[in-house]
Design a protein around this ligand. Structure first.
Ligand code: NAG
Ligand code: NAG
Length: 370
């Protein structure tokens, strides 16, 4: 009995190993699944370049470590989280939806609908004027599907979307560029923080439900990072380099409620459509222990000026670090490519401390068996 059950277990382990190995190799051999990106500056690949807005990253030194060494509109020295996930799933980087190059067969790779400055709420980022707010991003996704239908037919287009992977990154701006933007902001007068969070979460749920209605079936939902530890907040609010407590409290309340909402939504749908990535936990690892990740600093931005290089914009007139690999933050708000790589790696293979209900490599293996 005991021996045969051990053998059975071994066989089970071997066959799972084989299935997983095949599943993990598959993306390189077949055409990669389509990838769709929604949200804010953490994932914008350059949509704002085409808009009359101040929220842009289309001049040097942005892009200094990008393959072309030129600015692209990404708020990074190099690749952003969306690019790195494209790489992990064996896909080309998705083009900005507003790019005139996004035509013909290129549409089949997917599209990036994200726009720097947006939030969950329509009134977030109003100071940036012309940005593509989330409901407009969703409307663009619908238009995208019509364009793909015209190219490959309705059934194939539906399949492309159903089998695609979606990434949505929202929430940070609803604090930084709304609730905490100015003292006595309209939203902070309307809501105490503990009441603002459930309001945001319920609005986010409507957005996710809309994505589902538009055909999305695998959706990575990232929470917000430790907002109070960004060099901008250290520069404006911190005396001794400690993270700003109100923003830290906001992120600490937001992330678990997001995971709970995603779990409820999955239960309602009866399938693991939404996968929550706890960006707070992922960031805190290297913020608490930068040296373990090869960073000399997790407080000082590579590019900027003033305390912690946290004030104003990153431009050619700013201080610029010589080795971007040594900084967790590229500019006052955005992680460096190196930090993005750590985050993308956690999304791929992190434990359930970071990923709920499971990580992306497990999802990819499951989907390739389906
Ligand atoms: C945000 O705008 C969209 C359409 O632009 C609208 O459908 C939605 O109800 C608005 N959300 C709120 C909370 O006002
Ligand atoms: C995450 O992915 C790795 C494979 O890269 C796997 O071994 C691990 O068990 C997964 N963890 C969870 C919690 O799903």
């Amino acid at each position: 009995m005991a021996v045969s059950s051990v053998i059975l277990d071994c066989l089970r382990v071997i066959s799972w190993g084989l299935i997983l190995a095949v599943g993990l190799v598959a993306p390189q051999t077949e055409a990669a699944r389509a990838f769709f990106v929604f949200g804010d500056s953490l994932v914008d690949a350059g949509n704002n370049n085409y808009l009359a807005t101040t929220a842009r990253a289309d001049s040097p030194p942005y892009g200094i470590d990008y393959p072309t060494h030129r600015p692209t509109g990404r708020f990074s020295n190099g690749l952003n989280i969306a690019d790195l996930i494209s790489q992990h799933i064996g896909s080309q980087p998705t083009l900005p939806y507003l790019s005139p190059e996004l035509t013909g067969q290129k549409l089949l790779v997917g599209a990036n609908f994200a726009s720097a400055g947006v939030g969950i709420l329509n009134d977030t980022g109003i100071q940036f004027v012309n940005i593509v707010r989330i409901y407009q991003q969703l409307a663009n996704f619908q238009q995208y599907q019509q364009r793909v239908s015209a190219l490959v037919g309705k059934d194939q287009a539906k399949k492309l979307v159903n089998q695609g992977l979606v990434l949505i990154t929202l929430g940070g701006n609803d604090f930084v560029n709304n609730y905490y933007l100015i003292p006595l902001s309209a939203r902070s007068l309307q809501f105490a923080l503990p009441a603002y969070i459930p309001f945001l979460i319920s609005e986010y749920q409507k957005i996710l439900q809309r994505l589902y209605d538009l055909g999305a079936r695998r959706v990575l939902v990232t929470g917000t990072g430790p907002l109070g530890c960004a060099p901008a907040e250290l520069g404006m609010r911190s005396r001794n380099g400690e993270c700003a407590t109100d923003l830290q409290r906001a992120a600490a309340l937001f992330n678990p409620q997001l995971v709970q909402m995603v779990t409820n939504l999955n239960n309602k749908i009866g399938s693991h459509v939404f996968i929550a990535a706890n960006a707070q936990e992922m960031h805190m690892d290297f913020i608490a222990n930068p040296q373990a990740y090869g960073f000399v600093s997790s407080k000082i931005a590579c590019c900027g000026q003033g305390p912690y290089n946290g004030l104003g914009l990153c431009t050619l007139a700013s201080n610029l670090c010589s080795n971007r690999e040594q900084y967790a933050f590229w500019d006052a708000f955005h992680p460096s490519e190196k930090a993005n790589k750590i985050i993308a790696q956690q999304i791929m293979s992190g434990s359930n401390k970071y990923m709920h209900p499971m990580n992306l490599s497990t999802i990819m293996a499951l989907d390739s068996m389906a």
